[in-house]
Design a protein around this ligand. Structure first.
Ligand SMILES: Nc1ncnc2c1ncn2[C@@H]1O[C@H](COP(=O)(O)OP(=O)(O)OP(=O)(O)O)[C@@H](O)[C@H]1O
Ligand SMILES: [Mg+2]
Length: 307
């Protein structure tokens, strides 16, 4: 597939399940990376074009999504300069929009030798060379070549887990069917920058799915949890011992907040909508983890190149 191809600075928010906050998390992390004086590009690869629709006004959206001559597919196959596709949002992030013909783009990628490398080599690498610093990718919901292409390009992921049924299964699917094959067969060293709970409710009662998630993640994926999501494992033992009497455990983030939801509906990261929101610091933590991971990789590369 891709031989020793280096990842570029950025991250994919991924999970094989719909509605688990991939897009909104990506937007908020992008905003916090940009807040540190970085040029950030958000790339919408989802055929549902949700991010593109949210960030653009109706008129621009209509024009962009139906433009057959300049879309990400054209940039992937060398027909347009990817920089010409960027649209700057009012809060300073550059959007590389999706297209209504994403299906055709995927087909062309499948029919092209090393098509899965095109997003990296023809879209993101040229933008990086022009001075854009970080690339946040909103992937299509399902697995397949476009998701692979996103991973090949930035080789890093943040995985959101929400309390609805099935998200932990989605995590298992992502790891088994995408992350592991890319690592083992594609030689792409995908790094899990963070697995983060999101939309966690205020009260975590004994039998709630919040508690189950906190427990599963802290038991099985602790090394990938940001500090705000860590719960001391002894707490779970206490819950088991005390049985029904303990109805609450310490509450890990990210938490459900109306302002995050309202901001997203208005096409905004929460920090641009309600500066008082107490979850912004967690998005800052995630931004920091992405930046650290990218900087560490760059240092390694420099050592490798210059000895
Ligand atoms: N912390 C939060 N508190 C409240 N609402 C949230 C929070 N995070 C995300 N949401 C809301 O959750 C909903 C789903 O989020 P989002 O659209 O980002 O998920 P998705 O995984 O991208 O979905 P899809 O599979 O459709 O692409 C959105 O309405 C968003 O506003
Ligand atoms: Mg989405």
């Amino acid at each position: 597939m891709a031989e020793d191809i280096q990842g570029l600075p950025g991250v994919v928010t991924a999970l094989q399940k719909g509605g688990v906050t991939k897009t909104s998390l990506g937007l908020n992390v992008a905003d916090r990376i940009a807040a540190q004086d970085n040029e950030v590009v958000m790339i919408d690869l989802d055929h549902d074009c949700h991010l593109t629709s949210l960030l653009l006004n109706d008129e621009t959206e209509e024009k962009v999504l139906n433009d057959d001559d300049s879309h990400v597919g054209k940039a992937m196959f060398g027909d347009v300069d990817p920089e010409d596709l960027l649209i700057e949002t009012e809060f300073g992030i550059h959007l590389l929009p999706s297209t209504n013909i994403m299906g055709e783009v995927v087909d062309r990628m499948k029919n092209t030798t090393y098509g899965v490398n095109k997003l990296r080599n023809e879209v993101i690498a040229p933008l990086y060379e022009k001075g854009y610093d970080y690339f946040l990718i909103d992937p299509p919901g399902g697995e397949g070549q476009m998701l692979d292409a996103a991973f090949v390009a930035v080789q890093r992921t943040i995985i959101p887990i929400t309390p609805e049924a099935g998200t932990v299964n989605g995590l298992a699917r992502l790891l088994e069917r995408t992350v592991s094959p890319l690592r083992d067969e594609g030689n792409i060293p995908i790094e899990i920058v963070a697995i983060t709970p999101n939309r966690m409710q205020e009260t975590i009662s004994r039998d709630s799915s919040e508690q189950q998630i906190a427990r599963d993640l802290n038991e099985s994926f602790r090394e990938h949890l940001p500090d705000y999501a860590k719960v001391d494992l002894e707490v779970f033992e206490t819950i088991d011992e005390l049985g029904e009497r303990l109805t609450e455990i310490p509450k890990p983030g990210l938490r459900e907040r109306k302002s995050i939801n309202d901001a997203f509906k208005n096409g905004l990261p929460v920090a641009q909508y309600d500066q008082e929101c107490d979850q912004i610091e967690h998005f800052d933590t995630l931004a920091e983890l992405v930046i650290e991971s990218c900087e560490a990789e760059q240092e390694q590369e420099e050592v490798a190149t210059h000895g």
